[in-house]
Design a protein around this ligand. Structure first.
Ligand SMILES: NC(=O)C1=CN([C@@H]2O[C@H](COP(=O)(O)OP(=O)(O)OC[C@H]3O[C@@H](n4cnc5c(N)ncnc54)[C@H](O)[C@@H]3O)[C@@H](O)[C@H]2O)C=CC1
Ligand SMILES: O=C(O)C(=O)CO
Length: 321
């Protein structure tokens, strides 16, 4: 019997895929730092039984229709807004993601970004590197306190809750808004559920931790920023599409809110000319929420375990339902 064909839409370290080399006919996009082209993915899908994708690979109906043997799309991310899951399910294709293994690392980065935006860490680092530091002075690089302030988490899921835990360590008052109220999380972390508008009005830090869906697309728009305090800091480590970037730019420029920390953008990668990068009150990162070596290896391993299970006729560990 011929071996199942697995297409890896991104080059990953040999030690991760080596254990499968005798079981599978593995084909791989040869670049680590360059996403697979659509044409190549289209071609490869003709023969693939399984594909390993990353969040940069848009897997839509046209591509799936070309995947006559395709049984599983294993996304190396917890977010799966790059895949038309509804259509995959219609065609009987299993979609898997990589939840849990990245929760703590992403929460660490989210909190780091919050601290960096509040205490102007990147701006201060840049200042000293540009040799502008002349003296200590009373209000030099004065930022905003984080401790004992109110944090409002929109999307109290796995990562949202892990961010809340960190906030509690800073003696913060934790508000949250979620699609469904979460009494279990409320008990565990002492968080208070509030309607979205109340969260915007009461929070010193507003953190977006929802997935990108039809409901959350553009959730943070002009109206939302207008409701926030003038001193509020907005943090986004979910997906750029949850924010109307033009509205965010105007809110930051006009002082409707104080600052923003952004790990994700509507179109990635952004270039240095992006309007948001022209503002000193924006701390920007290149989508590195889960980027620790340990976590990234675990994400790759989990994606391949899911492929192995499905190709052996078993249920995957982490299906997207
Ligand atoms: N910046 C980065 O590198 C990373 C970004 N992410 C993003 O974070 C997202 C969240 O990940 P997890 O916490 O593991 O997912 P999760 O599914 O555990 O949590 C998401 C929460 O958002 C809630 N939600 C959904 N729609 C909502 C709405 N309209 N209003 C309020 N709440 C809503 C859900 O009920 C759920 O509780 C991912 O979907 C991904 O987009 C995840 C990992 C790394
Ligand atoms: O997992 C995700 O959804 C990411 O954005 C990268 O880890």
């Amino acid at each position: 019997m011929s071996r199942p064909r697995v297409y890896m839409a991104r080059k990953i370290p040999e030690k991760i895929w080596m254990p499968y080399k005798d079981q599978w006919d593995i084909q791989m996009w040869p670049y680590e730092d360059l996403p697979v082209s659509r044409t190549e993915l289209f071609q490869q899908l003709k023969q693939a039984d399984a594909i390993f994708t990353t969040l940069t690979d848009v897997v839509d109906q046209e591509l799936m229709d070309n995947g006559k043997h395709l049984k599983i799309i294993a996304n190396m991310a917890v977010g799966y807004d790059n895949i038309d899951v509804e259509y995959a399910h219609k065609k009987g294709i299993i979609v898997t993601n990589t939840p849990d293994v990245l929760t703590e690392s992403t929460a660490d980065l989210t909190f780091a970004l919050l601290l960096a935006a509040a205490r102007r860490l990147v701006e201060a680092n840049q200042y000293i590197r540009e040799d502008k530091w002349t003296t200590w002075s009373p209000l030099f690089m004065a930022g905003t306190d984080v401790h004992h302030k109110t944090i409002g988490i929109v999307g109290m899921g796995r990562i949202g809750e892990a961010v809340a835990h960190r906030a509690k360590g800073f003696h913060m008052n934790v508000l949250y808004h979620n699609r469904r109220r979460r009494p279990d999380a409320e008990k565990r972390i002492g968080a208070t559920y509030v309607p979205f508008e109340d969260l915007l009005e009461q929070s010193d830090f507003v953190v977006c931790m929802t997935p990108l869906t039809r409901e959350t697309e553009g959730l943070f728009d002009r109206k939302a920023f207008q409701k926030m305090k003038h001193t509020a800091i907005f943090i986004n480590t979910s997906r750029g599409g949850t924010v109307n970037e033009q509205d965010l730019y105007e809110a930051l420029k006009e002082g409707k809110i104080l600052a923003a920390g952004l790990d994700v953008f509507q179109h990635e990668p952004i270039g240095k000319d992006h309007p948001l990068l022209q503002l000193d009150n924006v701390t920007a990162l290149p989508h590195i929420g889960s980027a620790t070596k340990d976590t990234r290896y675990q994400m790759m391993k989990l994606a391949l375990e899911n492929i192995e299970l499905v190709l052996n006729g078993k249920k995957p560990k982490t299906p997207v339902t």
